[in-house]
Ligand binder design. Structure first.
Ligand code: ADP
Ligand code: ADP
Length: 228
């Protein structure tokens, strides 16, 4: 599903945000990406989303070599991928319903399809009763659940999450994690960058630890019964 081969990425001469990273993530996996600030986590997620390209090495996502996707095809490629962020990134002047419906509109789905699917997915994330609220009328946890609904409505193969619980209190954060687990159980691979040690320890999923642009540790555990 995801394969990086000896990937280098540099923003400034002689300084590498990623320094020879190789890894593979299978369909349906749940992977935490940890490591100190500046270790390369966001850079990796940006490469996977094709927001940026590698200087050296190759990045394969959903069967595509990302270096070979022409820019006009990038939006089509991104249909395979949902993404959520620490700061939610909802459209501030659109309601929860409209934010989610927009993700269907941009891929050409009809209003009828939206009328059927958007309430269903907002129900799934527990926001059926708040679908006509604007983002500023929702709590942080509720805004993140709208963002998750928007990321998931097209049933992506992969969900990328950059510090999705970073702005949430612990209890709200666990609500978000339970949703990500449910999404993962439908077969969507989840890759989540986080600083939250408590969540990483309790979930017992694969952990890839970054340090200075390199993989310092790649540990499969939990359901596989390894690394305990
Ligand atoms: P996070 O650790 O939450 O993923 P960011 O990706 O926003 O944080 O930033 C990580 C580091 O990269 C920070 O030290 C930040 O200053 C630096 N950084 C991010 N974007 C830029 C940029 N456009 N120019 C220079 N430095 C940047
Ligand atoms: P993390 O997400 O682990 O905090 P990043 O991938 O954001 O790490 O950053 C890795 C390194 O690349 C850091 O040294 C950071 O300052 C640098 N960096 C990240 N984004 C940019 C950017 N857009 N311009 C310049 N430097 C950047």
């Amino acid at each position: 599903m995801i394969r990086l081969e000896n990937v280098y990425k540099s923003y400034a001469k002689g300084q590498y945000a990623l320094k020879g990273v190789s890894l593979e993530i299978e369909r349906g996996e749940f992977v935490f990406l940890i490591g100190p600030s500046g270790s390369g986590k966001s850079t990796m997620l940006r490469l996977l989303l094709r927001e940026d390209t590698a200087d050296q090495g190759s990045v394969w996502v959903a069967g595509k070599d990302l270096a070979k996707i022409p820019s006009w095809k990038v939006p089509y490629f991104r249909r395979n991928i949902g993404s959520i962020f620490q700061d939610f990134r909802l459209l501030p002047n659109k309601t929860a319903y409209e934010n989610v419906a927009f993700a269907l509109e941009v891929i050409g789905k009809s209003r009828k399809v939206a009328e059927k699917q958007v309430p269903q997915i907002l129900e799934l994330v527990g926001l059926a009763d708040k679908m006509h609220r604007l983002p500023h009328e929702l709590s942080g946890g509720e805004q993140q659940r709208v963002a998750i609904a928007r990321a998931f409505i097209n049933r992506p193969l992969i969900l990328l999450a950059d510090e999705p619980t970073g702005n949430l209190d612990p209890e709200t954060a666990w609500g978000v994690m339970r949703l990500l687990e449910r999404i993962n159980r439908t077969g969507t691979a989840v890759v989540m960058a986080t600083h939250d040690v408590g969540i990483v320890d309790q979930m017992r999923r694969r952990v890839i630890e970054m340090d200075s642009g390199c993989i310092a540790r790649d540990q499969v555990r939990g359901v596989y019964g390894l690394g305990v």
